[in-house]
Write a protein of this length. Structure first.
Length: 361
């Protein structure tokens, strides 16, 4: 049985109060003066009541825009000694928010067409790209590239490496692992000498992040999470591990990410510590990566211009959040101690008249 002895509401706005250790999406709150501590037989419960942030990050970003293209062709440069050559490269979709699956398919095709024009003599990057006419109905990416000259392709492989990102989710193909250079994530056809036809296997999607996860690193708690939510490349001995996830908020639209608790126990953490001096709140995607980027950095979305990329969105820019977090100090009654009323013996009948005790002189 639990009894709340005291409660605190913490209102957080990560757009202000930054220091060398604090960012808009990795925020540290000093609670030493707040008195959030539990006494004997008590513990601290931290509950996410409300969360809100502007969706100023891109759906297609560094975490999901990478694909590998491998092709072998007999169209070789004049000074090449062999009869064929194999070209291998990583291609990247343009980062941003796409209005339709057809726009993503067009961008993917343009990246492949541009690379072929650079590597295959006689290939051009100006011919029309033809998208499959069923994309608008089934969301499966299909397109054909007219290379102009004879491409000479004898093998073409497109790979979506799950160790490097979530492009398999965006483009709709089989995922592969690092070291695999032979498995094709999609279907490719190159029988026509001037056309390369690509057909993905599954419906594509415009985003791979339906939730923003709010984590509280450093808090000793009772929550658990499945393997992929911690780090998809980790090999745990079991399917679950201890979790620092406080809650998650739905990416509701192209404007806002929001969550409002409907009950007292939607998202909460029971903290093992008797006193909470520092609270760190970190925003990630479902694979514990900072939003919209790989390998750290301070920017989820920024314009790449000729004089330098915008790289300080979470420190000087607008990548931030607001939240309301409740702390409850809870006393849990121990089963080792009986808490009952003291025994009161009944009044003997000779000292009573009916139900009314006789006053003894």
């Amino acid at each position: 049985m639990e009894q709340i002895t005291s409660s605190y509401n913490l209102f957080v706005d990560s757009s202000t109060g930054h220091n060398a250790q604090t960012k808009g999406d990795d925020y540290i709150v000093n609670l030493q003066d707040a008195g959030v501590h539990a006494g004997e037989g008590e513990f601290i419960r931290m509950t996410l009541n409300n969360f809100s942030m502007a969706k100023n990050f891109w759906d297609i970003n560094d975490t999901n825009n990478r694909l590998k293209f491998i092709c072998t062709t007999t169209a070789v440069p004049p000074n090449h000694s062999a009869n064929s050559i194999t070209h291998t490269t990583d291609l990247f979709l343009d980062k941003g928010n796409y209005a339709s699956i057809s726009d993503i398919a067009q961008n993917m095709a343009e990246k492949i067409r541009e690379y072929l024009s650079q590597q295959i003599p006689g290939a051009v990057n100006t011919n029309l790209i033809v998208l499959g006419n069923l994309i608008s109905k089934n969301n499966v990416i299909t397109f054909s590239i007219n290379t102009g000259g004879n491409h000479g392709i004898t093998d073409a492989i497109i790979q979506f490496n799950a160790d490097e990102g979530d492009s398999y989710m965006i483009l709709g193909g089989d995922r592969v692992k690092t070291g695999d250079n032979v498995t094709n994530s999609v279907f490719t056809s190159f029988n026509i000498p001037t056309y390369l036809i690509v057909t993905c296997k599954y419906p594509a999607q415009r985003s791979s992040m339906p939730f923003v996860y709010i984590r509280a690193p450093g808090t000793l708690n009772t929550n658990i999470e499945t393997q992929g939510l911690r780090n998809s490349s980790d090999n745990h001995n079991s399917d679950v591990a201890h979790s620092d996830i406080l809650g998650r908020a739905v990416v509701e639209s192209n404007e806002w990410v929001q969550f409002t608790g409907q009950t007292d126990r939607d998202f909460f953490i029971d903290i093992h510590q008797k006193q909470l001096n520092v609270l760190r709140l970190r925003l990630t995607d479902s694979k514990n990566r900072l939003i919209g980027r790989l390998g750290g950095g301070n920017t989820a979305a920024g314009i790449d211009v000729s004089f330098g990329e915008s790289t300080e969105q979470s420190t000087l820019g607008n990548l931030s959040f607001s939240a309301v977090i409740r702390f409850d100090i809870i006393k849990r009654k121990s089963v080792h101690h009986l808490e009952t009323e003291h025994y009161q013996p009944p009044i003997p009948a000779r000292f009573s008249e009916g139900n009314v005790p006789i006053k003894i002189r």
